[in-house]
Design a protein around this ligand. Structure first.
Ligand SMILES: [Ca+2]
Ligand SMILES: [Ca+2]
Ligand SMILES: [Ca+2]
Length: 412
């Protein structure tokens, strides 16, 4: 029945569009009617260049709401319905105005509320690299991307390695930035430990990852020319947070390993790194993870990562290197609070800021990137690395069959 109505609507739309096709439409490059699925972008590109552009939406109470003053407007709606839009071109003469309707319908093929694809997987070196997901001889960047995708789609963890390592993923639709609401959540494997109340903050294993988003403005399905925006979490504007940080890790050359005295670290000079603040150091190898830590499928002998660096969150509460607590930052990071604290694992696209830290208003996010946000080594626990499993669009109703919460994570 629903499909029949939909087909009828479509026919009607085509018919009406055909009937109303006039010289004006051809000249403006805009139709009288558009028909688009919810959470899909509709790129409206008028033919003429002018001096000023104005796109407005007629609200139910009769007022007009300004949508954009750019020449090209990308329409995107979360909810089904009919949207009356007016386009006004100012050319310094008499100008041009055109009103049209956009009908937003339910998708023909039901969307998944979860991560659908991985576009890039590029971890920094780390103790779980080459095992989560596992590298096998012959694997390439393409096959490792596929493995990372298989993991996320099946809600299994992947590691991002030390500071800077990242994964870029997408849904099968655009995540709409709904005003006043968080838009998506991302699972990690953080947990709280029992720590005395006087600490007044939660901690245990928190390995905060920074979230970045991009809107596919050229609508080609690829994060190519689209700008990336960081979601500014609780630490973003703090003085101890470094912006424009850059680090380069080197593939370990043949060398004589230097273990620590306790024997927990088998090589303290394992992977050298240097940063753009004049500092250098090493990622150590520990006795618990004996595989290669540098991603084996990467051909280059150096890996460089850029972004925001959060202050270390780990504290050696034993003062002897035996008990580290990794404290959770208040909000806005992945793998920073347990998944059961759902709201603290959720993100609002409205937190997006540009390179200068200025808030930007994005209609939605097509691509999401998570990167390890701290550069930290905690003795026998090794370096801090963000882990992620699948993400969820909070604006899509979860079908009853897939809503079983607390399903076990295919963790390491
Ligand atoms: Ca939002
Ligand atoms: Ca693009
Ligand atoms: Ca973790």
């Amino acid at each position: 029945m629903k499909t029949t109505i939909r087909i009828l609507l479509l026919c009607l739309t085509i018919l009406l569009t055909a009937c109303h096709d006039s010289a004006d439409n051809v000249a403006s490059g805009l139709n009288d009617y558009y028909y688009v699925e919810r959470m899909r972008k509709l790129r409206l590109e008028p033919a003429y260049e002018g001096q000023a552009y104005r796109w407005t939406l007629r609200l139910a109470d009769g007022r007009d709401s300004l949508l954009s003053t750019e020449r090209t407007y990308i329409f995107l709606a979360e909810k089904e319905g009919t949207y009356p839009i007016t386009y006004t071109l100012g050319d310094g003469l008499r100008g041009f105005q055109k009103s049209f309707l956009v009908t937003v319908v339910h998708e023909e093929t039901e969307y998944s509320p979860y991560t659908a694809s991985v576009l890039e997987y590029r971890p920094a070196p780390g103790q779980f690299v080459n095992t989560m997901p596992s590298y096998e001889a012959g694997d390439t960047e393409a096959s490792m991307r596929q493995k990372a995708e298989d993991h996320l789609v099946n809600d299994a963890m992947i590691t991002l390695g030390s500071y800077g390592g990242y994964v870029t993923f997408a849904f099968d639709h655009t995540v709409v930035n709904v005003p006043g609401e968080k838009d998506f959540s991302i699972k990690g494997n953080a947990f709280y430990s029992d720590i005395p109340d006087y600490h007044a903050r939660q901690g245990g294993s928190a390995e905060p990852g920074i979230v970045e988003v991009a809107f596919d403005r050229n609508c080609n399905g690829q994060p190519d020319d689209d700008e990336w925006y960081e979601l500014a979490g609780s630490e973003y504007y703090k003085p101890e947070t470094l912006h424009g940080y850059e680090i380069t890790y080197s593939r370990p050359a043949d060398h004589q390993p230097i273990p620590n005295i306790m024997g927990t670290l088998t090589d303290t000079i394992y992977i050298p790194w240097r940063d753009n603040r004049g500092q250098t150091g090493y990622l150590a190898k520990n006795m618990y993870h004996t595989q290669d830590y540098y991603p084996k499928w990467i051909a280059e002998d150096e890996l460089t990562f850029r972004g925001t660096l959060l202050a270390p969150n780990g504290v050696d509460e034993s003062r002897m290197g035996t008990y580290y607590v990794l404290y959770s930052y208040p909000w806005g990071y992945t793998d920073n609070h347990p998944n059961t604290a759902a709201d603290l694992c959720s993100f609002d696209i409205a937190w997006a800021v540009d390179q200068q830290g200025q808030p930007v208003s994005l209609p939605g996010a097509d691509f999401i990137r998570v990167r390890t946000g701290v550069l930290q080594y905690c003795g026998w626990m090794g370096e801090t690395s963000t882990e992620v499993a699948r993400a969820q669009d909070l604006h899509i109703a979860v079908a009853a069959s897939t809503s079983i919460s607390g399903a076990p994570l295919l963790d390491d």
